[in-house]
Design a protein around this ligand. Structure first.
Ligand code: IMP
Ligand code: MG
Length: 184
C-alpha cells in the first residue's frame, strides 16, 4: 500500500494553453470594465489557496488601477473528490463599496464556494460583482451559478497543478494534470 492512493495522471491542459486561456480571461475582464459606466475601480478578490497561481498571472494582464484582496475557502471533503462543508474566511477584506469586484478562483465545480462568496460580497455594496475562473466543470454544478469569464471548460475529472491541489499537493506544477486513483 502506498502513502498516497492517488497519483499524477496525464496533462489535461498544458502551460501554453493555460497561458492563452489566462489572456482570454483578462481581455474579457478589461472589455467589461471599459463598458462600465460611472467609474469605480477594480478590486480582485482571490480565493486562496487554489487561485494563487491564476491570480498572479491574471493581474499582470490587467493594466488598470486595481487592488488585490484575498479570502480563504476550504471545503472539507468526505473523500478526494466530493466537497463537504465550506469554511469561508474573509475578515481581512477591505472596503468594497462602489468598487467593481472580480472574484477569482481556480475552478467552478459544484459552485457552492462562489455562490456563498458572491452573496457575502454583495452585502458590502460594490458597484458590480463578476466571477472569473480558469476552469469550469459545468457537469458538476449543484447550485445555480455561472462565471462571467471562463478560461476553459473541462469534463468531470479531478485535476491538479497550476494552483489546484489534492490534499495540498501538486499546486506548484506548471501544467494541469488529471489525478488518477491507484489502478487507473
Ligand atoms: P466548488 O465545488 O465550486 O465550491 O469548488 C470548491 C473548490 O474545490 C474549488 O475552489 C477548488 O479549490 C476545489 N476543486 C474543485 N474541483 C477540483 C479539482 O478538480 N481539482 C482540485 N480542486 C478542485
Ligand atoms: Mg481549492
Amino acid at each position: 500500500m502506498s502513502a498516497h492512493p492517488f497519483h499524477l495522471g496525464p496533462v489535461l491542459v498544458g502551460r501554453r494553453h493555460i497561458a492563452a486561456a489566462v489572456r482570454r480571461v483578462a481581455e474579457g475582464i478589461l472589455d467589461d470594465l471599459h463598458a462600465e459606466a460611472g467609474g469605480g475601480e477594480l478590486t480582485v478578490v482571490s480565493v486562496l489557496n487554489g487561485a494563487l497561481v491564476f491570480t498572479a498571472d491574471l493581474v499582470r494582464h490587467l493594466d488598470v488601477p486595481l487592488r488585490i484582496e484575498t479570502v480563504r475557502a476550504r471545503s472539507y471533503r468526505g473523500d478526494a473528490t466530493t466537497p463537504g462543508d465550506l469554511a469561508l474566511r474573509m475578515e481581512d477584506v477591505g472596503a468594497l463599496a462602489g468598487r467593481h469586484v472580480l472574484l477569482v478562483d481556480d475552478i467552478l465545480d459544484t459552485g457552492r464556494t462562489m455562490h456563498r462568496l458572491r452573496a457575502e460580497i454583495r452585502q458590502r455594496g460594490p458597484a458590480s460583482v463578476r466571477i472569473a475562473v480558469l476552469l469550469d466543470k459545468p457537469a458538476r454544478r449543484a447550485v445555480e451559478i455561472e462565471a462571467d469569464h471562463v478560461g476553459l471548460e473541462i469534463p468531470d475529472v479531478f485535476v491538479v497543478g497550476y494552483g489546484l491541489d489534492h490534499e495540498e499537493r501538486f499546486r506548484n506544477l506548471p501544467d494541469i494534470h488529471e489525478l488518477r486513483g491507484d489502478g487507473a
